[in-house]
Design a protein around this ligand. Structure first.
Ligand code: SF4
Length: 261
């Protein structure tokens, strides 16, 4: 785990929360930092509120995926292309990339310039092209071909460590690939998930990439994927960064921020 937590802030995690840790990713007591006000409530009340919020969101949004490919490398490339762009632009650039190469091993021989050109609709194309070519070279060096399939034989901890060792792959991106393609019980925290969790009082951490462990300790394993997806959809549709539509929000009864508006 790349993020370092301050031991002075760390609080012991209950047995129930320890059970929430993905296989091979057991949290020691020092690794969980409880910053959300929800931790002040009883464990029963907390679990009930979290389950209600997750179920309320799941009943509000029908999507079970957000268009992510099922193949892990295709998903990693799709997420890399999607970074800091709109869903439509990401899909356009990804489709263009897929149609420009026959198989992912071709990333070893294609010119960086041509990949940059292909990714232009998504923006940041020069950086994204460098990441993709770097990922391809790393996979070739490790597995002999450009694939992530061998990760199916790894534990969750090994997958996270390997994925985050690849060029441009953050904890969030690694967790997305693990969740979508290996059914790992992780909770990727992007800006939408983080904003919603902060407003609900589940974390007070300022950065999304600092919130993975705390939110994974709160949200049960079997609800993490739906919560991730639904929080993104809710963030786009209702809980926007500026002017959230609290008066029409189904989560208002459970939302510290929304009840105060
Ligand atoms: S009540 Fe407002 S701040 Fe809270 S989740 Fe809903 S839209 Fe977001």
């Amino acid at each position: 785990m790349r993020q370092q937590l301050q031991s002075s802030e760390a609080l012991a995690v209950s047995d129930g929360n320890r059970e929430n840790a993905p296989k091979g990713m057991s949290h020691s007591p020092k690794e969980i930092v409880k910053t959300g006000r929800i931790w002040k409530r009883s464990s029963r009340d907390r679990a009930s509120t979290i389950a209600t919020v997750c179920d309320t969101l799941a009943n509000s949004y029908p999507a079970t995926r957000l268009g992510n490919p099922h193949d892990p490398l295709a998903d990693l490339i799709y997420i890399t292309v999607s970074n800091r762009t709109t869903p439509d632009q990401a899909v356009a650039a990804y489709k263009q990339l897929r149609s420009s190469i026959r198989k992912w091993d071709d990333l070893l021989t294609v010119s960086r310039r041509s990949v940059e050109k292909t990714l232009r609709p998504a923006g940041l194309n020069s950086i994204k092209a460098a990441f993709l070519l770097g990922i391809a070279r790393s996979l070739k060096a490790r597995f002999g071909r450009v694939t992530l399939r061998p990760l199916s034989r790894m534990t969750d901890a090994q997958r996270l460590e390997f994925l985050t060792s690849l060029p441009g792959v953050s904890d969030k991106v690694a967790r997305c690939v693990m969740m979508y393609c290996f059914n790992s019980p992780v909770l990727p925290v992007d800006v939408h998930v983080h904003r919603l969790a902060r407003r609900l009082g589940w974390t007070s951490r300022k950065r999304a990439d600092q919130s993975h462990d705390e939110l994974e300790a709160l949200v049960p394993r079997d609800k993490r994927m739906r919560f991730h997806i639904d929080a993104i959809l809710h963030g786009r549709a209702v809980c926007a960064s500026s002017n959230p539509r609290c008066s029409e929000c189904v989560l208002r009864p459970y939302c510290h921020y929304g009840r105060g508006r």
